[in-house]
Design a protein around this ligand. Structure first.
Ligand SMILES: [Zn+2]
Length: 261
C-alpha cells in the first residue's frame, strides 16, 4: 500500500471538481496545513464546525475535507475565543489540514448537492446548466405537495412549499445551498418547480404569484447528502489507487433532525 499526502487528496479532488472552476469570490483548495503532510485518515463534512474538528481528533484524522470554506472572508486575526478563531487554532494545534471544495464542487455533475438530490429523487434525463441541475419526474406529472413530501423523505428534513400545492410538476430544477434567484433560470429552462436551500420572501412571492413553485429544502438539507457521496467515491478511489487511506463521512448534524410533524 502506498502512503498518501494531502497533495494526493487535493489532486483527486482537482480531477473531479477542478479548483480553478470556483467562483472568484470563493475560497477553495488547501486552507490549513501542508500539502506534504502524510494522510491515513480523512473526515469529510459539510462544514468545519467545532464538533467536526472534535470528531476528526477522535478519529485521528490528519485531514478534513469540507464543502464550505472555514475562512470565507479574509481573516485578519485568530482569537481562540472567537468561533472561527477557536476552530482554526484547534486544527493548527492538532496538525489537521483542511481542504475546501465549494463552488467548484457545485459545478460537478456527479458530486454537487444538487446532483445527489436529483439522483436520490430518481429524476430522469438529468441535465445541467451552470449551477442548476434539471430533471424529469419518473412518475410524469406530480402535484407540488406530493413532491414536497418526496423531497422531505430524501433529505430527512423539513421542506417548505411556496406556491399552489396542486401545481403539476413534471420537470424540477435544483440548486442546493443559497441560490433562490436561480428559480427564474430554472423556469426559463422548462421547470415548473425549483428546489433550493434558502428562500427569500420576495422571491417566494414573485414565483408563487406567477404560477411557479419554489421548494425551500434548507441549506443543510439540500447539501448534506453530498458528504456520503463524496466520502464513498473518495474511499473507492483510494482503494483502487492502492493508498492506505480510510475515509469517514462526518456523523455530525449541526441542527439536530428537523422532520415534518
Ligand atoms: Zn452551501
Amino acid at each position: 500500500m502506498k502512503r498518501a499526502t494531502v497533495q494526493t487528496l487535493y489532486d483527486w479532488l482537482n480531477e473531479i471538481a477542478p479548483f480553478d472552476t470556483a467562483e472568484s469570490y470563493d475560497n477553495v483548495g488547501l486552507l490549513i496545513g501542508s500539502m506534504y503532510a502524510p494522510v491515513e485518515r480523512i473526515l469529510v463534512a459539510l462544514d468545519a464546525t467545532p464538533e467536526v474538528v472534535q470528531e476528526a481528533i477522535s478519529l485521528q484524522a490528519q485531514l478534513i475535507i469540507t464543502h464550505h470554506p472555514l475562512m470565507f472572508r479574509s481573516t485578519k486575526r485568530i482569537i481562540e475565543e472567537d468561533y472561527e478563531g477557536g476552530v482554526l487554532s484547534e486544527m493548527i494545534r492538532q496538525r489537521i489540514s483542511l481542504i475546501a471544495a465549494h463552488t467548484n464542487l457545485d459545478r460537478s455533475k456527479d458530486y454537487s448537492g444538487s446532483a445527489v438530490l436529483a439522483e436520490k429523487l430518481h429524476l430522469q434525463n438529468v441535465r445541467q446548466e451552470d449551477f442548476i441541475i434539471l430533471g424529469d419526474l419518473p412518475e410524469g406529472k406530480v402535484p407540488a405537495v406530493q413532491l414536497k413530501k418526496q423531497i422531505s423523505d430524501v433529505e430527512g428534513e423539513m421542506v417548505y412549499l411556496y406556491g399552489h400545492p396542486e401545481t403539476p410538476i413534471s420537470t424540477l430544477g435544483i440548486c442546493g445551498g443559497a441560490y433562490d434567484e436561480g428559480y427564474e433560470q430554472a423556469r426559463a429552462l422548462g421547470a415548473q418547480g425549483y428546489l433550493t436551500g434558502e428562500v427569500r420572501h420576495h422571491h417566494a412571492l414573485a414565483a408563487a404569484g406567477s404560477g411557479f413553485v419554489i421548494f425551500g429544502g434548507g441549506h443543510y438539507g439540500t447539501e448534506a447528502l453530498l458528504v456520503d457521496k463524496l466520502a464513498g467515491a473518495l474511499q473507492n478511489a483510494m482503494y483502487a489507487l492502492k493508498y492506505n487511506v480510510v475515509v469517514y463521512p462526518s456523523a455530525c448534524k449541526p441542527f439536530g433532525t428537523q422532520t415534518e410533524q
